[in-house]
Ligand binder design. Sequence first.
Ligand SMILES: [Zn+2]
Length: 339
Amino acid sequence: MNKVLAYFKNKSDFAFSQEIMVYGYEFNYPYLLVSSVLPYLFDDLKITENIAPENNSNRDGRVRFKKYIVIHDTGDTTKERNAAFWSNVVKTQQYKNKCYDASFQYVVGNDGIYHNIPDDEVAYHAGDGTSVEYKLYDTPVKVQDYAKISIKDGYYYINDENTLLLAPKTDHILTSKDINDNGILITQKDGFYQIGETYFNQTYQKIANRGGNNNGIGIEVCINQTADIYLNYQLTAKLVAKLLDSYQLDIKSIRPHHFFSGKNCPQTLRENHLWDHFLELVQTEYDILQFQKEGYQIQFVPLCDHIAPNGRIKDISKVIYYQIKTIKDGIVETYEYKS
Ligand SMILES: [Zn+2]
């Protein structure tokens, strides 16, 4: 068995379903999330270009280096609010008879992936403003097995050692409890920790990280009622994997909107504890993309009628059978899977 077929075999007991709640600003709805047969969507990445005009006020135009992929959901459960809808809101700047000032690079729904703002430009989605860039500060704290950040007497500490870097200030004294749920950016350089640029977000009353609007590529995931929500997560994972590959970013570059502002976004992924699962989808899409770049063609063949040609499961209660076929250098190999 070649490494591609073995890779899928390792993941062949993946299928699951989970009752979740989908959260919207108009209403919430309960939903049975059903996975695909594998954490990989057997379909090509298709992107519809729908770039906002250069004279739009939500198209900043400034070009910045990109360090992050920023994941959102639309928070919009209304049936008709799919990707085309939100893409056109950005493009026309018209929403509920008001000028729409926000923007994001992509929006993903069952109706496709729409591209609104060029990847290398600034967009308005992360809530961290555009005045301060992604930046790292050196600390005198040596790299250890783990890094736990806290705030004492106004300074950031890592593993109880003073970094000599001041935490943000506001009208009251900030403590570790004021840090957003996803923490502060910590990286390593020459055996020492570095800390990213942070600020206090007045709207959400949280210490958060800079670099979302300037140095992120913003992606909105649709959660509209009647949509196949899992398909949206898989389409997003495929897009993110491609962006990681294109811009030579690693999996740590993927951050939820919350990390940059303290907002509860993407709320449905957060509240249903699906963030790590989403990262697993991205990692799998990324790994398969690397196999494809090595020259493997990969085909999925359903061997029962309750799975779709892209690997989506139509009936989770039944046993699933499928075949995966690889072609490389004229050599065809197949393997049959059951779960
Ligand atoms: Zn968001």
